[in-house]
Design a protein around this ligand. Structure first.
Ligand SMILES: Cc1cc2nc3c(=O)[nH]c(=O)nc-3n(C[C@H](O)[C@H](O)[C@H](O)COP(=O)(O)OP(=O)(O)OC[C@H]3O[C@@H](n4cnc5c(N)ncnc54)[C@H](O)[C@@H]3O)c2cc1C
Length: 241
């Protein structure tokens, strides 16, 4: 018997009420959806993502999202979403507390737990691709695991590097931030430029000593997948999407 009743179903969409909508930057929001029971958990494993369904102007839209809350969190599930010009983005932009989103899951993903967690985890995140990476980090912390983490985290500009205070607070997590550009008047002492081969070689352990999980924009993953393969990580990596 599971400890908690699972709120989500892998086979059918279920409705969940938006309980909080927190702006993390101009275009990034943290959405908390309540489960029917305070004691419910998600039923997902760490690293697994979900499917969401909404109807916009009569059209059904289905998109995938990775929770940032961990499987043991009860009563709610948290999604980190980027709101731009896309269709589900529109739904999220209009969504108010009390509105309902249909969620189904788990779907798939990089499944990890205390037993399977490597000694060193390399995470590469672009934009809201931080979502599964943050969940993995939170799981490592919750498990009091001695796994060390190196996170390469890139975003359009410094304001989109969300959860920096939390990431910087973890002793076993080393984060290297990089941004595409720095707007005029913004103070930034970190790196500028895309995550690239040089950055991977400078900061990540060799393939024998780590496992790489990557999540980001389609273009970033297309480019860096090839780079990681060239550097010998082909059998030691998981790429979302
Ligand atoms: C496994 C997985 C996990 C994911 N996890 C997350 C997550 O945790 N958080 C998250 O934010 N995203 C996540 N995504 C991405 C997410 O599923 C959606 O693809 C994303 O939110 C965009 O959906 P959309 O409907 O808003 O955009 P779509 O309507 O699908 O549009 C796609 C892109 O085209 C652009 N576009 C659309 N219309 C126009 C237009 N008229 N002019 C110019 N550009 C346009 C949009 O800006 C958008 O970038 C994940 C994807 C996968 C595969």
């Amino acid at each position: 018997m599971p400890k908690h009743e699972h709120a989500l179903s892998p086979s059918e969409f279920k409705p969940f009420v938006l309980s909080t909508k927190t702006p993390m930057s101009t275009h990034v929001f943290l959405l908390r959806f309540s489960y029917p029971g305070l004691d419910n958990d998600s039923g997902c494993k760490c690293g697994e993502y979900l499917s969401t369904r909404a109807v916009l102007n009569g059209e059904e839209i289905i998109r995938y999202y990775s929770p940032v809350s961990i499987p043991d969190d009860t009563g709610h599930i948290d999604l980190l979403v980027k709101v731009d010009t896309g269709k589900m983005s529109n739904v999220f932009a209009m969504m108010r507390v009390g509105d309902v989103l249909e969620i189904r899951g788990p779907i798939s993903g990089f499944v990890c737990n205390a037993e399977t967690m490597p000694k060193h985890m390399s995470l590469i995140a672009g934009g809201t691709g931080i979502a599964p990476c943050l969940q993995i980090i939170r799981q490592i912390i919750a498990d009091k695991s001695d796994t060390k983490v190196t996170l390469l985290y890139g975003a359009n500009d410094p304001s989109e590097l969300v959860f920096r205070d939390e990431l910087d607070s973890y002793e076993n997590v080393k984060t290297i931030y990089t941004v595409d550009y720095v707007p005029n008047g913004v103070e930034w002492n970190g790196r500028v430029g895309y995550i690239n081969k040089e950055m991977i070689q400078s900061h990540l352990p060799s393939p024998d000593d780590t496992f790489v999980v990557m999540c980001g924009t389609w273009m970033m993953m297309k480019t860096l997948r090839v780079t990681l393969e060239e550097l010998g990580y082909a059998d030691k990596m998981f790429v979302y999407g």
